[in-house]
Design a protein around this ligand. Structure first.
Ligand SMILES: Nc1ncnc2c1ncn2[C@@H]1O[C@H](COP(=O)(O)OP(=O)(O)OP(=O)(O)O)[C@@H](O)[C@H]1O
Length: 565
């Protein structure tokens, strides 16, 4: 697994790029926050003037200024909060949709390499972090405005005391910047561990049965992975937050020290007692916004990491196909006339698995899948049958050679139309309850017939274009997936070891009735099979070994062999 880039300038840039579409609204919300902050400062100045008795204007004037500033502070703060909330909600919704769009467009092999658990952490954890950040932006701008406004007021009130306060704040900022780097490094390590934890959570949920049966594995998963990672995250986050808390405490110490110094110089005459009183009062008030600014730093830094991860995901998924979400009526599905072919095609897994150190190369392969015929792909485990199937389905792009439909190359421009020719039941299929593409009455009737033939009547019904349930046994689920594939009306049907989970009766039915019926209907069938008893029903058999097609047999030969056997 490759680590994502560090949250340096790159992730800051990623953050700014992702925020770019919202810059106007965000700026307005921040502007409202700044107005609210300055109005609050004006309110404080009015109070300070009243306390110090420095007002040349009358009390009525002061009261008017007080009410005006107060109302403006409240109104601007409400506008700022609502504005930030709107931007935050929109940003999160857009990120969710944008990432889903990217995943729907991502080439399948890139998705497989990225891994499910890492996708889950980005889609959940990182987006949550960004929404937290978004809700902190406007209050942050108000806090900044209050801080700046108060500092300006303090400078006017007592310039010498202001210089002392500035020296103290600069020292405090230096301390904060030292702890920031340590904190960020901790957050980055914790974010890597979040990926690991999600991986373990998936094992927990998906491997529940195996874990219940296997005590050593269960203990290892819980103790060495989940507990160890959760504790490591706890320690790392605590350490990182601890650095921020340390910096904040050092800042507070300096702050209170400064107030003590100022008060102890009260009698040296650098400011009158009343002015000093107002000065300290405002200083104490401004400590709140300053703490808020400092307290939000961890959120900003963690959001920066999250923005970096999202940008990293976008960088990894490169798709040359840009219209996968175009509504169907704008897409022309090509009429399927003849054959699907591979010409000198090869594919290599670019990232080696630990159990396959030298990688796996399929091909070069030359083949033709004739229309309206049954093609079997056979061969040992690991010989490349599923990989070949994924290339034929247009899911993996051959790195060399070409995939052709009726002699015309399948390209980025027409690959998605090409894929719409297929319906499949792959070995790791996902069974959707919804029947795809609003089935017609004839299709629904066909589905009901198939459900009956496959022994599913009484278990599954069709209601409102969906199957009533998918809670079935493994073999039944595969039979239901078969029904799904057949009723789509797609011209090419693909089955990856479909019969492997079926009892002898359904296996027999599949090879001797269902496949021949589909061929009679003009469907083209590509079937991965290990059932040598039924090889004779194929019109063509491609036998694979070590990534190559080593023999291609046609109907006559296959049937002759079948008879001899
Ligand atoms: N995503 C992947 N990344 C790296 N290597 C892979 C990946 N998927 C498959 N392989 C490797 O490619 C080889 C061919 O796998 P494939 O699934 O095509 O074989 P198969 O003939 O369908 O096997 P089986 O009969 O067991 O289903 C295997 O050695 C496998 O380790």
């Amino acid at each position: 697994m490759t680590a994502a880039p560090a949250p340096d300038r790159q992730s800051l840039r990623a953050m700014l790029i992702l925020l770019r579409p919202y810059r106007l609204r965000l700026s307005l919300a921040m502007l409202a926050g700044i107005v609210s902050g300055f109005a609050m400062t004006a309110l404080l100045a009015t109070i300070s003037t009243a306390i110090g008795g420095q007002a040349s204007a009358g009390l009525a004037h002061l009261l008017l200024a007080y009410c005006g500033a107060g109302l403006l502070a409240i109104a601007a703060s409400v506008i700022s909060d609502l504005g930030t909330n709107a931007v935050g909600q929109r940003l999160v919704a857009d990120l969710r949709c944008g990432l889903s769009e990217q995943i729907l467009h991502a080439p399948i092999d890139q998705l497989e390499r990225y891994r499910l658990h890492r996708l889950q952490t980005v889609l959940n954890g990182d987006i949550d972090m960004i929404s937290m950040f978004a809700f902190n932006v406007a209050p942050l701008s108000a806090a900044l405005a209050i801080t700046l406004g108060c500092l300006a007021w303090l400078a006017w009130l007592a310039p010498l005391a202001f210089l002392i306060a500035c020296a103290c704040l600069i020292l405090s900022a230096l301390v904060q910047s030292r702890v920031r780097d340590k904190g960020i490094a901790g957050f980055e390590r914790a974010r890597d561990d979040e990926d690991r934890l999600q991986h373990s959570f998936n094992a927990l949920a998906l491997g529940a049965k195996e874990l219940r049966l296997d005590r050593p594995r269960r203990l290892a998963l819980f103790t060495d992975e989940i507990r160890a990672t959760a504790q490591r995250i706890r320690h790392t986050q605590m350490g990182a937050i601890g650095y921020y808390a340390l910096g904040r405490s050092a800042g507070s110490l300096l702050f209170f020290g400064m107030i003590a110094v100022l008060l102890s110089w009260r009698d040296t005459g650098f400011a009158s007692g009343a002015v000093l009183g107002s000065f300290v009062l405002i200083l104490l008030y401004v400590k709140g916004p300053i703490d808020q600014l400092i307290g939000t730093l961890p959120v900003i830094h963690r959001a920066q990491i999250a923005f970096g991860r999202i940008a990293d995901l976008s960088r990894r998924f490169h798709s040359a196909e840009s219209d996968l979400l175009t509504p169907p009526h704008e897409q022309a599905t090509p009429a399927f006339i003849g054959r699907i072919s591979l010409r000198n095609a090869s594919y290599r897994f670019t990232e080696d698995r630990p159990d396959h150190r030298n990688g796996f190369t399929l091909g070069p392969v030359d083949l033709d899948i004739p229309q309206g015929r049954i093609t079997f792909i056979t061969g040992d485990n690991g010989s490349g049958k599923t990989t070949l199937l994924k290339i034929l389905l247009g899911l993996y792009l051959p790195q060399n050679g070409a995939l052709e439909l009726d002699g015309m190359p399948v390209t980025d421009a027409n690959r998605d139309d090409y894929r719409q020719l297929f319906a499949s039941v792959l070995s790791d299929f996902h069974l959707f309850r919804q029947i795809t593409g609003n089935p017609t009455e004839t299709q629904a009737r066909h589905a009901a017939e198939l459900l009956d033939l496959l022994g599913l009547t009484g278990k599954v019904a069709i209601r409102e274009d969906a199957f009533s349930t998918t809670d079935l046994s493994t073999g039944q689920r595969k039979r239901l997936a078969f029904v799904q594939a057949c009723v789509t009306g797609r011209p090419v049907l693909v089955f990856d070891e479909w019969a492997a989970d079926q009892d002898p009766a359904f296996r027999h039915l599949f090879y001797t009735r269902l496949l021949p019926d589909l061929r009679r209907d003009g469907r083209t069938l590509i079937v991965i099979s290990h059932d040598d008893r039924y090889f004779h029903i194929a019109d063509q058999r491609l036998h694979m070994s070590a990534g190559r097609i080593v023999t291609t047999e046609h109907a006559d030969t296959i049937r002759q062999e079948g008879l001899q056997a």
